[in-house]
Ligand binder design. Structure first.
Ligand code: ADP
Length: 212
């Protein structure tokens, strides 16, 4: 059985890698607000505004992010979804609740991924992404077969503009201040399950999804 899932994890907590497996193996729709924002044409007015926020590690304006989210939630065609990157604060959590009610959807599970700060930093500085298929590699933990080249597409891998130590610090501090309190919010609703984000993450998650 499938459950609609929300991931709460620090920046570079490993959400996108795990979500890719859930999409491929379990038929999930991945709603990743960071990806949706990065996909906006950078030469448009909106794109320039968004890129500026991303490069500083700051939140993008709610109205922009919520519009992207609505579009995804309205086009699920009955498939289960994984939310990754939204909500990021209590205000967004309340907006999400309203939208889910409006679209007759439920949130069934909130997964808190536990990862040490040391691992996060290595994931950030080593992360490389294929601009074509969006597959994520890490030069320390999961390198491609040929250094700097996507195994599947044979194109040069790129890095995100916000994947450096300085921006990581802003993103991590904001996560602790604004996003981490959401764990309590969802714990009160009985939805939170903690997962060790360093080992056998996929297997742990599948076992929680199948647990009733
Ligand atoms: P990470 O979880 O590694 O920080 P994401 O891809 O989730 O990466 O987000 C990257 C950036 O996109 C954030 O630092 C922020 O600027 C922007 N962003 C993503 N989701 C939201 C959101 N819900 N509200 C505001 N800004 C967002």
């Amino acid at each position: 059985m499938s459950k609609n899932i929300l991931f709460i994890a620090p920046p570079a907590g490993g959400k996108s890698t795990i979500c890719a497996r859930l999409v491929e193996n379990d038929g999930y729709i991945h709603i990743a607000t960071g990806n949706l924002l990065r996909d906006i044409d950078a030469s448009s007015d909106l794109g320039r505004k968004v890129q500026d926020k991303l490069s500083k590690g700051e939140f993008v304006d709610d109205d922009i992010v919520i519009e992207l989210l609505k579009n995804k939630l309205q086009n699920l065609n009955g498939k289960p979804f994984i939310l990754d990157g939204f909500p990021r604060n209590l205000h967004q959590a309340r907006v999400l609740e309203e939208l889910l009610n409006e679209y007759h959807l439920t949130l069934d599970l909130v997964i808190e991924l536990i990862v040490s700060e040391n691992t996060l930093l290595k994931r950030i500085t080593g992360r490389q992404i294929c601009p074509n298929c969006e597959r994520t590699y890490n030069k320390y933990f999961m390198p491609p077969r040929v250094s700097g080249i996507c195994d599947d597409c044979d194109v040069l891998l790129t890095s995100r503009i916000d994947d450096n130590e300085e921006t990581f610090k802003v993103r991590f501090d904001t996560y602790m201040k604004e996003t981490y309190p959401l764990i309590d919010y969802y714990r009160e609703k009985g939805l939170v399950v903690k997962i060790d984000g360093e080992d056998n993450i996929y297997e742990q998650i599948v076992s929680v999804i199948n647990d009733d």
